[in-house]
Write a protein that binds this ligand. Sequence first.
Ligand SMILES: Nc1ncnc2c1ncn2[C@@H]1O[C@H](COP(=O)(O)OP(=O)(O)O)[C@@H](O)[C@H]1O
Ligand SMILES: [Mg+2]
Length: 341
Amino acid sequence: MSLKDAVTTALAGVEDPQGGDVLASGRAAGIVVKDDGQVGLVLAVDGLDRTTAERLQATVEAAVKRVPGVSAARIILTADRASAPAGNARPRETTVPGIRKLVAVASGKGGVGKSTVAANLAFALARAGQTVGLLDADIYGPSVPTLLGIEGRARVENDKLQPEMRHGIKALSMGMMTDPNKAIVWRGPMASSALVQMVEQCDWGALDVLVIDLPPGTGDVQLTMAQKLKPDGAVIVSTPQDLALIDARRAVAMFGEVGVRVLGVVENMAGYCCPNCGHVSDPFGHGGAEKEAEAMGVPFLGRIPLQMEVRTASETAQPVSGETAAIFDEIARSVMVTVGL
Ligand SMILES: Nc1ncnc2c1ncn2[C@@H]1O[C@H](COP(=O)(O)OP(=O)(O)O)[C@@H](O)[C@H]1O
Ligand SMILES: [Mg+2]
């Protein structure tokens, strides 16, 4: 049995205070086992009061540490911070009927791979059986048309924008709005209201989750978007570089300000593996985002290596494959557990 299987079995033996075990109930997820025996996992404590949550964390930690071969266990508690009182895990209706959950993907600055992560997170959620929409709200540089190979403008039927179906997800982008002759007239001058209209006036049908690729940065536009759309959570993308991390910290603070739960940090462009000689180098450093996430008290969701394959996949409008796809599957699982999908 692999160490991960042993840890999984141990978790199946821990009772969920609300019935069943913590694995079957989906409370424990995102299990990561490192070569040196360090284990990390996410424990969703929604619906539990503080004492019960802390007791459960201790029980889970002890159960994991008892597994032979485990050197350390890190249990990250996640919960909707706004719902402090016991037993208050009320499901929130999103602003759009038919869309169960809104997940924003944000970054402190541009060029860190936010759109790449948003698209591949959307693909991974679809692989996990969810009905998924992807909204590219990047008014400065929409990239979803390229990432998904969408050409031309969005069709309008029955007064509703029609998303394009690609690799099993429904996508709509700011880049599909910009026909100068048939410009859509946004009500209100703000780009943020344009975004809200795109969410509300698009024919999404029933969605389990809408992934929103937010514009980079932490200015008024992003703040207003977060306030108006009230996403169920935000994923922050950063490179391991110090400068990007400072911006990532700002993004976490911004979501805190408007009461949007930070689902975690994804480190992108970590460690470059030379396709010729196999040597792994770290152009932007390594592990910085994980340390930063820990310092900020938000979950670390995963690390995407800097790879030629990621870039060629995005240029040819394909989802990433192989090991990189598996990393996105893990990230998607953590996100699903935390937002309650
Ligand atoms: N892990 C990675 N490895 C290699 N190239 C990447 C990786 N992540 C993103 N890229 C490339 O970097 C560029 C910027 O990515 P993009 O997702 O558009 O960033 P952003 O949305 O943050 O501006 C794109 O060309 C993309 O293909
Ligand atoms: Mg982008």
